[in-house]
Ligand binder design. Structure first.
Ligand SMILES: Cc1cc2nc3c(=O)[nH]c(=O)nc-3n(C[C@H](O)[C@H](O)[C@H](O)COP(=O)(O)OP(=O)(O)OC[C@H]3O[C@@H](n4cnc5c(N)ncnc54)[C@H](O)[C@@H]3O)c2cc1C
Length: 330
């Protein structure tokens, strides 16, 4: 009997298995498909990392995660973070991250739209403010995912791909961590999450990588549109929480209307990018009402649902917490 079974080898399950195996725990990591498949939430070459959050709790969790990414880079001998900075575009400064960054003692610059446009080929809207924070950019998502899995296995974890867990009671382990992403309600129908199929598009852009950009929506006060560097095409962009509500096994491709909306924004915002999309793909969000993460214990089971479209950057810290919660069961 294993100490811990981890159900789901997306980025959260892989980070958890790594944290457990590194502590000498006997871990089995189950994945219904293969690591790196494109039906869940963790595939693709890049994800935004940033310290800048309007919420101090997330600033501190991001800071802890940066240290975790650096540790994994060292152990795996691969560069995972490309920190070209984060540009947060806000119409109303109170809506942004400046107060939380002040509380965390983190440095940042506030630039007028004109000054920001002089510094980066980014079409900041007139009258808006650009908050630049250097501890931001991208994590190489595919390399990071592979590094967590490979290091977990190097520390003794057993990876079982193409192995779907149907009943947690049948899992041969003293503790079980469920990091099933958009499939989590298959085990916990009561969990307050909903799933959407999101669409991202890729655009040709040459030259030095731009900072990652998040444009806040004056109405929803949340994220609206975002972009980040893509190591192959140059620019990746998407609309946050814009996808249709669907089940995790529902088939479907990129939403042409969303691709068009994102391409229109890219045409307005990135003068040196070709606004004709060269590729598009889908990816699943599993979203909670307040976009916070569910890290919860129920008997010998620990649930880890950390997404809402912004979880990847926190994987080192979330993985460590889920591992600690599982160890408490042993
Ligand atoms: C379009 C898009 C853009 C994003 N951009 C960012 C960003 O810029 N920055 C950021 O920080 N975050 C971002 N995110 C969020 C981030 O990617 C997710 O929060 C994260 O990948 C969630 O990982 P997960 O491991 O919980 O889920 P998943 O990757 O979905 O992993 C769950 C795994 O469990 C497996 N599984 C499910 N049920 C079973 C079972 N019964 N048996 C065995 N295996 C099972 C699944 O096959 C899957 O591999 C984005 C997400 C999307 C969709």
């Amino acid at each position: 009997m294993a100490d811990v079974a981890v159900v789901g080898a997306g980025i959260m399950g892989s980070a958890t298995a790594y944290a457990l195996a590194r502590e000498g725990r006997d871990v089995t990591l189950y994945e219904q498909f293969e690591v790196g498949h494109t039906r869940g939430s963790s595939h693709g070459r890049s994800r935004i990392v940033r310290l800048a959050y309007p919420d101090l709790e997330f600033v501190e969790l991001a800071r802890e995660s940066f240290a975790g990414w650096r540790g994994l880079e060292q152990e795996a001998g691969v560069e995972l973070l490309e920190l070209n900075g984060l540009l947060e575009l806000v119409g109303d400064l109170d809506q942004g991250s400046s107060a939380a960054l002040d509380a965390a003692g983190a440095k940042y610059e506030l630039l007028s739209a004109e000054d920001a446009r002089r510094r980066w080929p980014v079409g900041v809207p007139d009258g808006w403010t650009a908050l630049f924070q250097p501890e931001g950019g991208i994590v190489r998502a595919d390399l990071a995912h592979r590094a967590f899995v490979d290091r977990a296995v190097a520390h003794g974890a057993e990876l079982r791909e193409h192995t779907r867990v149907d009943a947690l009671d049948d899992v041969d382990a003293r503790a079980v961590v469920v990091t099933a992403g958009p499939w989590v309600q298959r085990f916990f129908p009561d969990l307050p999450v909903h799933t959407t199929r999101e669409t991202v598009a890729y655009f040709r852009r040459e030259g030095a990588p731009l900072p990652s950009v998040v444009q806040l929506d004056p109405v929803t006060r949340g994220h609206a549109l975002y972009s980040l560097h893509d190591p192959v095409h140059g620019l990746k962009a998407g609309a946050h929480h814009a996808g249709a509500r669907i089940g995790p096994d529902d088939e479907g491709g990129p939403d042409p209307a969303l691709v068009a909306r994102v391409a229109e924004w890219v045409a307005r915002t990135y003068p040196d990018a070709d606004p004709e999309p060269v590729a598009a793909e889908t990816c699943m969000y599993t979203t909670t009402p307040d976009e916070r993460f569910i890290l919860e214990r129920r008997g010998r089971v620990v649930i880890g649902s950390a997404c809402s479209g912004h979880g990847f950057k926190f994987a080192p810290a979330v993985g460590r917490r889920l591992a600690e919660m599982a160890a408490d069961i042993l």
